[in-house]
Ligand binder design. Structure first.
Ligand SMILES: [Zn+2]
Ligand SMILES: [Zn+2]
Length: 382
């Protein structure tokens, strides 16, 4: 698995290797559907991971690169089929989920391409790409103003990330669907824009051109995080650079996954490297699952009954949320949701459960730290 990780050399340039893996988040939409046929035609791309939780609706015919029979189908299924028709030897992994719902290790790639219309989803990809050390290329469109935009982010050294360019207004808008980061006017209405098909194709072409450079190791690190914006209405081109912001809210650490230990999903928390040593010891060690949060307990909003769960938030099904006592809805209170757990707070019975029972899946990436040690774990099947 170590060979899977992209590498950024001492000169800040990307090292090139023969067969490539590319992950596409928001794979079937206005930009992604136009992008994928180009990706399928790249001879050195051996594996494409497509991530998109949506299905095609009739209105998508006018903005996305699909045909009538595709309506009603999962976007990733349609697009995987198209890519295999172009290149039958391409390995296509089609994941009908949002990026936040899948183990973060599935985004380990030589390039991560984001074709997303939500600010929070882009923020998520930014963080995961950074931890994984994977170059990521963000693309967006604004149909009202006929704008197409791309940014390339290289997670290394002092390079800026997506959030380095964000101000208070960006964080206020975090829950709004907002396609194009340069345009505060478009942001203010909070509605997704109806971008025409050709605008999506324009953004896709710009994005795949940068992807080619990243895969070839010839992308200029001096252009990292620079925004390239095409104004198709007035035939204008803008390049805007972003500096590394020392007050950036995203911590820029890249996880040392080349040192990760493989642990099967049948292992218990006790069997994780640092937990084994320090659980119930002098000091606690701390567990993080990349990209996921833990829920300690659920509380019924109607009758107040609580139930301990100790599971990853993404693994809690709708049925788990029904209160057994009154039939009301159980919710996780803010203080019962955490992005990390310390060994001392976890009950013994939970420490002995297999990782899969707390919602951990193969390709999840764990970080265990404390007592001066830090370990990375890559969860494997079995
Ligand atoms: Zn940053
Ligand atoms: Zn209840």
């Amino acid at each position: 698995m170590n060979s899977e990780s992209p590498s950024i050399g001492a000169n800040g340039r990307l090292a090139s290797r023969p067969s490539k893996r590319v992950a596409v988040v928001g794979a079937g939409g206005v930009i992604g559907s136009h992008l994928l046929p180009h990706l399928a035609r790249m001879k050195d791309v051996e594996q494409a991971v497509l991530i998109d939780g949506d299905s095609y609706e009739p209105s998508n015919l006018y903005s996305q690169d699909i045909t009538l029979p595709d309506i009603g189908e999962r976007k990733v299924a349609v697009q995987a089929r198209r890519m295999r028709r172009v290149n039958p030897s391409l390995r296509v992994v089609a994941l009908p989920h949002r990026a936040e719902e899948i183990p973060a290790g599935l985004l380990r790639a030589d390039a991560v391409l984001a074709c997303l219309d939500s600010r929070s989803a882009r923020q998520y990809v930014n963080e995961i790409a950074w931890r994984l050390g994977a170059p990521w290329i963000d693309a967006g469109v604004d149909g009202d103003n006929l704008l197409a935009r791309i940014n390339v982010y290289l997670p290394s050294g002092e390079n800026p990330c997506l959030e380095c360019g964000w101000g208070n207004r960006d964080y206020e808008l975090i829950e709004q669907k907002y396609p194009c980061s340069s345009l505060e006017g478009a942001a203010s209405n909070g509605f997704p824009t109806n971008a025409p098909s050709h605008l999506g194709a324009l953004a896709a072409s710009l994005q795949i051109a940068e992807c080619r450079k990243v895969l070839d190791g010839v992308f200029d690190p001096a252009s990292a995080a620079e925004e390239l914006l095409v104004d198709a209405r007035h035939n204008r081109l803008f390049r805007t650079s972003t500096r590394r912001n020392p007050d950036c809210l995203m911590d820029h650490s890249v996880w040392a996954l080349d040192k990760a230990i493989g642990v099967p999903e049948s292992a218990s928390l006790f069997e994780l490297p640092a937990f084994r040593i320090s659980a119930r010891g002098n000091a606690d060690s701390v567990l993080q699952v990349l990209g996921s949060r833990f829920v300690r307990r659920l509380t019924c909003a109607a009758c107040g009954e609580t139930q301990e769960v100790w599971r990853l938030q993404r693994s809690i099904a709708a049925a788990d949320r029904n209160c057994c006592t009154c039939g009301g809805a159980r919710v996780a209170a803010g203080f019962d949701v955490a992005d990390r757990l310390s060994s001392g707070e976890i009950p013994d019975s939970v420490l002995r459960r297999p990782l899969r029972e707390i919602g951990v899946r193969p390709q999840d990436i764990l970080r265990v730290f404390g007592n001066g040690a830090e370990h990375f774990v890559e969860v494997i099947a079995g």
